[in-house]
Each structure stands twice: as C-alpha cells, then as structure tokens.
Design a protein around this ligand. Structure first.
Ligand code: GDP
Ligand code: IMO
Ligand code: MG
Length: 436
C-alpha cells in the first residue's frame, strides 16, 4: 500500500500530528492537502515539542519530502517564522516543496477575517483569525495570488496592480483596519518571499504522482477534522476547505484511485474550538475537569477547547465521508480513572431517534444524546506509560479494550493504533506493516 491518508474524525485536534509523525517513519513524502496555518499539530519526540501550523509534519524527520499541496492556503510571512522554529529545534526544511498552485494568505485576508466576524455578530464562527476564509474566497473569486506567481515578476506586478486597490476598497467598506501597503511595497515584500521559498516551489502533483508510480510511500496529512468540512461539516460553523476524503484529490492533484487507505484519527472523547453545535458537550465543573485532564487548549489560538463525551454519530458521519479503512484512537489515557464513560450512539430529535448526523443546525441544537454507558478502568501513572505500551494491546485494562472494541464494532473499522500519550513512542501499533 503506497499511500495512506490521515484525517481527523471530529472537530480537529484529535492528535493527527502525533499519529502522522508516528507513521512518517516509513513514508517518503508527506503531503498537506487543505487548510492553512489555522492548524496546530503537536509532535513530541524525546521530550522535544514541535508545534506545526503551515508545515507538513514530515519536516520533523530528516530525509523526507514535506509537500504543501495546491489545496493549501499559505501565509509565507508566518511560514518563515515556523521554518526558523523547526531549524532552532534541530529540524530541517530541505525537503519542503510548495505547490505552484497553492494560494497565498495576504495580510488583508487576516484583516478581513476579523471584520467578517464582527459583521456576524451573535452568529460569530469563532475563526482562528488567520485569514483562511477570505483567502479561499479570493481563490474561488479568481483574485488570489498563487505561489507560482512569485516566480513571474511581470505577472505579479500586473496582478498586484488590480487586486490591491480592490482589496483596499473591501477593507474600507467593511470598516476593517486599513492596509498601508502600496503596489511597490507589496511587490517588494513578495520578492522577499520569492527569495525565501522560491527554490521550493514546483508542480507538486507531478512530484506526488511520480513518487506513487515509483512505489514510494506517501502520506496525505489532513488538517482540521471531518466535522469542519465546508460541505459535510456543521456549516456555517466550519472552516473553508474540504477536510474529508474528496479534498485529498483536489488538494494534492492525485486521482481517487491513488488513495489506498484512510486512517481516521478519533480522540477517545470529543473537543471543539470555536462556535457551533456539539451534542455531547459537557458543562460547568465536569467540562473544566476534562479540559484540564486532557490539556485541551488550542495550539494556534490558546483558546480553551470545549469538551464532551465520545460521539459515534459524529464518527460514523466522518467515516462515511472519508472512507476510513483504519482508526487511530488517541488520548484514551486521559479517560483513565473515570468511573462512568458515556458514549453517544444516537440523537433524540423531536421525539425520534436519529442515527445519521443531520445537516440542520436547528435540529442539532434540539438534539439530545442517547448514551450507552461503559465502565471505566483504573489507569497508570504517566511515568509507567512506556511499560504499558510494551506490554501490548492484550494487556490493556479489560474495560479499556471493551470501550475500543465497541467503537470498532459500531464503525466497522479496525482500531489499528492506540495512542496512550503525546510522545511518538507512546503508541500501540496493532497493524505494524502499513505499506503492504
Ligand atoms: P492535531 O491538531 O490533531 O494534530 O492535535 P493537537 O496537536 O492540536 O492536539 C492534540 C494534543 O494532544 C497535543 O497536545 C498532543 O501532544 C496531545 N496528544 C496526542 N496524542 C495523545 C495521547 O494519546 N495522549 C495524550 N495524553 N496526549 C496526546
Ligand atoms: P487542527 O489541524 C480545531 C476551527 C476554528 C473555527 C473554525 C473556522 O489543529 O486540527 P478558520 O480559522 O479555519 O476559518 O476557523 O474552524 N478550526 C480548528 N479547530 N483544530 C483545527 O486545526 C482548526 N482549524 C480551524 O476554531 O471554529
Ligand atoms: Mg490542532
């Protein structure tokens, strides 16, 4: 199996970064296909922490190609800081490649993101304010800058001359913070970006397809999660990209028949950052306790994540939209020493039991979770995690295995990876060989 996609099954922050990094060892290319630096992927190797936003996780492992696909929106100013962070931590970005078709996030996109949120009033989405929505809007409106434009001075000059006044008028109209740059200063800034990353820009679709033709191992690294998908998520409380299965193809320039497997990453409970429906959300002290136990604070914005019980109606929707062939269950160690573990298996909406995640936000706001209850297990001290990992799946507490096996049965997908801690090594891999 030369290609594997890794996609979050909930509202992001499932631990995709950790799982992708774990599997990267045997991959030759790691490809990000959507989103931008709204993502925050944490990778911990031997106690050293990398927090990646725009860079694919592959940069952490020497000798890999880390590809930013055409479906990604890239903030080159902030990517420069991230490159420095990786280098300062002993990593390298020699393997970085950026699609010439990837769109750029400009400063005015960030300003417009903030202004749009103000207009939404009580309907605020709670975006990361990274300019993601406005950058994708410009892509669809055919007024975006692409990474490849940086390599063509005349084209760049021409585009800036018509796009900049347009965006300045938009900022005025929205009463957003004005943009002080001129055509000349923006051209200068973009030439600086070309000096920084020009050598990494290429046709990454050719690169990825050639690698697949040669039998190399390719990982497609998802950002966000299925429930934040622009079509299939809790619209309008979503991000602006295609986070589910289809996004892999459009966002990296590969055909559907080149995706050999899809690993869904499922956190053993549920979290969400920002606004929008969340049927199994806890409240008060109970929510704060889980937030604290799981360290649930955003990597990108530092916001406290909303927390609740595992919702299999959500996971079934994600599995259907992404085609999960495997699951990685993460943060199950956080549930250690919790006597009662509710798992949501259906919603009750207007007196009816519903098994499939509805599109309507109004319905979701009226939905009540139908729970099955599982007995918790007595956990171990964090310093004993590695001995638990070494003892293997069959020696995990019986109640924990019951919880995992219920999820497998409900979703009809094997839980091939069980993650018991944030470090790369704190992982039980029940499959072992991912590439045949
Ligand atoms: P991502 O956006 O899906 O990559 O996830 P984040 O990095 O935003 O959030 C996941 C958090 O949980 C990070 O702080 C990880 O270091 C941590 N983490 C990942 N897997 C595990 C796990 O199995 N157990 C525990 N306790 N923490 C984990
Ligand atoms: P990773 O890859 C969790 C959420 C924001 C907001 C909504 C729209 O780390 O899992 P945007 O800035 O994208 O327009 O915000 O999406 N969001 C995330 N939540 N993890 C993420 O990424 C997210 N990226 C965006 O909080 O609710
Ligand atoms: Mg994250």
């Amino acid at each position: 199996m030369p290609s594997l996609a890794i996609i979050g099954a909930q509202w992001g922050d499932e631990g995709k970064g950790k799982i992708t990094d774990y599997l990267d060892e045997q991959a030759d290319l790691i490809v990000r296909f959507q989103g931008g630096n709204n993502a925050g992927h944490t990778i911990i190797v031997d106690g050293k922490t990398f927090k990646l936003h725009g860079l694919p996780s592959g940069v952490v492992r020497p000798g890999k190609l880390a590809v930013i696909g055409n479906g990604v929106v890239v903030n080159l100013e902030e990517l420069g800081d991230e490159i420095n962070h990786v280098i300062a931590n002993g990593g390298s970005v020699d393997g970085l490649r950026i699609s010439d078709r990837a769109h750029l996030i400009m400063n005015y996109h960030k300003k417009l993101d903030g202004a749009e949120e103000k207009y939404r009033g009580k309907n605020v989405v709670g975006t990361t304010k990274k300019g993601i929505g406005p950058a994708y809007q410009d892509k669809i409106a055919r007024i975006g800058f692409r990474a490849g434009d940086l390599l063509e001075d005349d084209l760049l000059d021409d585009k800036i001359a018509f796009i900049l006044p347009y965006k300045k008028d938009m900022l005025d109209l929205m009463e957003a913070e004005p943009c002080s740059c001129t055509v000349e200063s923006l051209l200068d800034k973009m030439r600086g970006w070309r000096d920084m990353v020009g050598r990494y820009i290429c046709d990454t679709s050719v690169l990825v397809n050639d690698a697949l033709d040669q039998g190399k191992n390719v990982i497609f690294e998802g950002a966000q999660g299925a429930m934040l998908d622009i079509d299939h998520g809790t619209y309008p409380y979503v991000t602006s990209s295609a986070t589910c299965g289809g996004g892999i193809c459009t966002g990296s320039g590969v055909a559907p028949n080149r995706i050999d497997g899809v690993l869904g990453v499922i956190k053993a409970y549920t979290t969400r950052v920002g606004e929008g429906p969340f049927v199994t959300e806890l409240s008060g002290e109970e929510e704060l306790a889980l937030q604290h136990k799981g360290g649930e604070f955003g990597v990108t914005t530092g916001r406290g994540r909303r927390c609740g019980w595992l919702d299999l109606v959500v996971c079934e929707h994600a599995s259907r939209m992404c085609g999960f062939t495997s699951m990685g269950i993460t943060k199950i160690d956080v549930l250690n020493d919790t006597p009662d573990l509710p798992v949501c298996v259906a919603y009750e909406i207007d007196g009816e039991e519903v098994k499939h995640f509805p599109a309507s936000i109004a319905k979701l706001n009226r939905a009540k979770p139908v729970y099955e209850h599982f007995k918790g297990w007595n956990g171990w001290r964090p310093e004993d995690t590695m001995s638990v990992v070494k003892a293997g799946y069959d020696n995990l507490p019986g109640e924990m295995r019951e919880y995992i096996e219920f999820v497998e049965k409900y979703l009809k997908v094997p839980a091939d990876i069980i993650s018991l801690g944030p470090d790369r090594d704190e992982t039980i891999d029940r499959r072992g060989d991912w590439w045949n």
